[in-house]
Ligand binder design. Structure first.
Ligand SMILES: *Cc1c(COP(=O)(O)O)cnc(C)c1O
Length: 446
């Protein structure tokens, strides 16, 4: 599919951004020239996926499409029980409704925003146990998404009986699409299991994670992506999946588990929230597209091409000296906004400000993964400034060419060259109590 895109003028963009309350989520897509807001549901499907959709069986219960989808998930992840859901957060909602109680503690390597939201909305606590390597954007280590075993063990030791599961996110989106090594997956799962704590893999980019294991971890160069994926999931107890990422569909998700008790427990929440257990919020044709997408995107060539495009953008930024989370991750480049807009105080949200500047510069829509997204502490209601403040350039799969990446890099260079002149950021005028970054309304200071 090919879509025309249109270049706008700076005056138009100034007006549109103001109307959007300086929050790029509130822009209209047609006001955007190159859209790197997210890689979620924005990929292009293949000929095989489109033709599989024509075989969609829309029976309410027991559709052929469900069984094809179920068998594919079982074959690729090696897990027994599969519940379809309409996207990743719906999988979290269904599974966590069964597993999470008020007061629970759920450690994880930088919980994704909806994962954290589903935990905190149930008055439980999400505790980040990512390795400290991830905090230093300039440090080059191969597996920056890893879990710190010391941090994890401390949480497990201090909260006996209060940890219903641990969330292991592959790749670690929040710290920059950084992979988790097979060794770390194995050690993390073994540690949790010693404390009788099960592990849920938040699996949105599991195939990209497997790709990095193949390319970077000793002993995996000769294994296929599918073999590596099976080995990853042998360690875990369950998976929640946003099929909008590594299954390359526009909408979809699922829960997979080996535990009959979890399957039975989650099933009873699937029906009221998502629908009957053989469709879970999906059309038969959607399940067909997911099945083909999972199969295709666990092949090396597809992943190799994708990760190379991300690296192409990184190399351009290297040329211009723009600091980002190193090394380049699997699905996006995360620019270190704190190191770019050094005059904007953190209370004025540097990464959010950089998002505005990049849009004004060239109509490019990126996404803040920083202090705005971090929300307020549920107990103290203070802004959480403890993490990184990043501008994410997420690259949709199979949509843009390397030429588009060159335009993005050039626009960012222009902003970078005038960074000293940006001294003020944004202030919050209205915010939601949870996951505020989607709907927050801001004003520009200065
Ligand atoms: C996108 C994502 C989710 C949520 O999935 P949706 O399909 O957007 O609901 C959960 N975890 C991670 C790591 C993600 O990237």
């Amino acid at each position: 599919m090919v879509e025309p895109i249109r270049m706008s003028t700076r005056e138009e963009r100034e007006q549109w951004l103001k109307e959007a309350h300086y929050n790029v989520f509130q822009l209209k897509a047609e006001q955007v020239y190159i859209d790197l807001l997210t890689d979620s549901g924005t990929g292009s499907m293949t000929d095989r996926q489109w033709s599989a959709m024509m075989l969609g069986d829309e029976s309410y219960a027991g559709a052929k499409s469900f069984y094809r989808f179920e068998q594919t998930v079982q074959r690729i992840l090696g897990m027994k029980y599969v519940i379809p859901t309409h996207q990743g957060r719906a999988a979290e909602n269904v599974l966590f409704s069964y597993l999470v109680k008020a007061g629970d503690v759920i450690p994880g390597n930088a919980h994704f925003d909806t994962t954290k939201g589903h935990i905190e909305a149930r008055h439980a606590h999400a505790i980040d146990v990512t390795t400290d390597d991830a905090k230093d954007t300039q440090k080059e280590v191969p597996f920056k998404g890893n879990v710190s075993l010391e941090k994890l063990e401390k949480v497990l030791k201090e909260n006996p009986g209060k940890v219903p599961f641990m969330v292991l996110t592959v790749t670690n989106n929040t710290v920059g699409g950084q992979p988790v090594s097979m060794n770390n997956i194995k050690e993390t799962c073994a540690l949790c299991h010693r404390y009788d704590v099960p592990v849920v893999m938040d699996s949105a980019r599991f195939a990209e994670n497997a790709y990095f294991i193949k390319m970077r971890e000793p002993g995996y160069a000769d294994k296929t992506i599918k073999e590596i994926v099976r080995e990853m999931y042998e360690q875990a107890d369950a998976a929640t999946m946003s099929a909008k990422k590594d299954a390359i569909v526009n909408m979809g998700g699922f829960i997979a588990t080996n535990r009959k008790d979890w399957y039975d427990g989650a099933k009873s929440f699937c029906i009221p929230f998502e629908g009957y257990v053989t469709y879970g919020g999906l059309n038969g044709r959607d399940m067909e597209a997911i099945a083909v997408g999972l199969d295709e995107n666990t092949e090396f060539d597809m992943l190799h091409t994708r990760v190379h495009q991300v690296r192409h953008l990184a190399e351009k930024l290297d040329e211009y000296g723009i600091p980002y989370q190193r090394p380049a991750g699997g699905h996006a480049i995360f620019v270190d906004a704190d190191k770019v807009l050094t005059h904007v105080p953190k209370e004025e949200f540097p990464a959010q400000t950089l998002t505005c500047e990049l849009y004004l510069e060239a109509g490019i829509r990126a996404c803040e993964i920083g202090y705005m997204l971090a929300d307020r502490d549920p107990d103290t209601h203070e802004n959480r400034f403890g993490g990184l403040d990043l501008l994410r350039l997420a690259i949709p799969r199979r949509v843009y060419t390397d030429n588009h990446m060159d335009v993005v890099a050039a626009a960012l260079k222009n902003v970078y060259d005038r960074r000293e002149s940006v001294t003020r950021g944004v202030a919050i005028e209205w915010e939601a109590p949870l996951m505020r970054h989607f709907t927050v309304q801001l004003k520009r200071l200065g």
